[in-house]
Design a protein around this ligand. Structure first.
Ligand SMILES: N[C@@H](CCC(=O)N[C@@H](CS)C(=O)NCC(=O)O)C(=O)O
Length: 295
């Protein structure tokens, strides 16, 4: 089990602190999160996008507190505490709150459980087209099983790895380019907007946005940075990277993404342990061990 990381700043700052404060009052739907965590940011983005009433509870997931492990035996954030279905109706104190964890499951649940477009806006997964819903899930799988591991593999690269920094970079590029090509292919189907589904912001965008928001940490820590062409006309640029940049620019400035973001200096500190590959986080250890599937 991972050791407690006491070097982490203890709390949200900047915009995320304001959002957390606005959701600090007791509420039966609770998100247990850590300000630094991209998996948490996914769930937090969905809560913000859908304007779901909730309580945000900041915890340090490296402290495996018994109450936390009782909710989530995996000991990871995000962890969601869902009120028992009829808690309000019966006021039955014996009914225990129900836990959910794993960011993809939590986001799926929130999208389905808060489906009324009146208060909560459009669904994040297309509700009327089974094929499109499955295609979204396919690309969510691409993000979880390929893009995210490639991000950590590059960020955790050090001189003693069996792969070069350039190989790490190429790995990430390949998976981001596959994602951008998929968007290019479907470009005109939904009004030509920047998102995976064109004009419609959805769950695929949610799943990748937190790592897009952290890509600058690779520029900060790794010689040569991400190596992604930053503008039209830069060496290596093409239609695929141009499509990536359209998505990226929209994702990092989306209000829900900005609102769930702390001040950048905190991330520099938090991710130093990834950059020098000394992190004891479960994701970091899995990356170090060359595992293709992250916890
Ligand atoms: N597969 C999980 C990963 C969650 C995860 O790794 N969260 C990290 C924080 S970013 C955590 O709780 N780490 C505690 C630890 O590694 O002990 C998900 O998608 O929710």
């Amino acid at each position: 089990m991972a050791t407690v990381d006491t070097t982490l700043p203890g709390n949200t700052s900047g915009a995320a602190a304001a959002l957390a404060a606005a959701h600090s009052a007791e509420h039966p739907l609770k998100l247990y999160g850590g300000w630094f965590c991209p998996f948490v940011q996914r769930a937090w983005i969905v809560l913000a996008e859908k304007r779901i009433p909730h309580q945000y509870v900041e915890i340090n997931p490296y402290h495996k507190a018994p109450e936390f492990l009782a909710l989530n035996p995996r000991g990871l954030v995000p962890t969601l505490e869902v009120p028992p279905a009829d808690a309000d109706a019966n006021n039955n104190k014996n009914k225990q709150p129900k836990p959910l964890y794993e960011s993809t499951v939590v986001c799926d649940y929130l999208d389905e459980a808060f489906a009324d477009p009146g208060p909560h806006g459009p669904r994040l997964l297309p509700e009327n087209d089974v094929y499109e819903r499955a295609r979204c899930r396919l690309w969510i799988d691409h993000i979880c099983s390929r893009v995210v591991p490639a991000f950590y593999r590059l960020l955790q690269h050090t001189g003693d790895k069996p792969y070069s920094l350039d190989e790490g970079r190429r790995g990430l590029h390949g998976h981001l380019r596959a994602f951008a090509d998929e968007m290019l292919e479907h470009g005109d189907e939904d009004g030509g907007g920047p998102w995976f589904l064109g004009a419609r912001f959805g769950l695929v965008d949610v799943m990748l946005a937190p790592w897009a928001k952290r890509l600058w940490l690779i520029d900060y820590y790794k010689t040569g940075g991400t190596g992604i062409p930053s503008a039209a006309g830069t060496p290596g640029d093409d239609a695929t990277w141009a499509r990536w940049r359209r998505w990226f620019d929209a994702a990092v400035s989306r209000q829900s993404v900005v609102d769930t973001w702390s001040s950048e200096d905190q991330y520099v500190e938090a991710y130093r342990r990834y950059a020098d590959d000394t992190t004891q986080s479960e994701v970091g250890q899995a990356t170090r061990q060359g595992k293709s599937r992250l916890p």
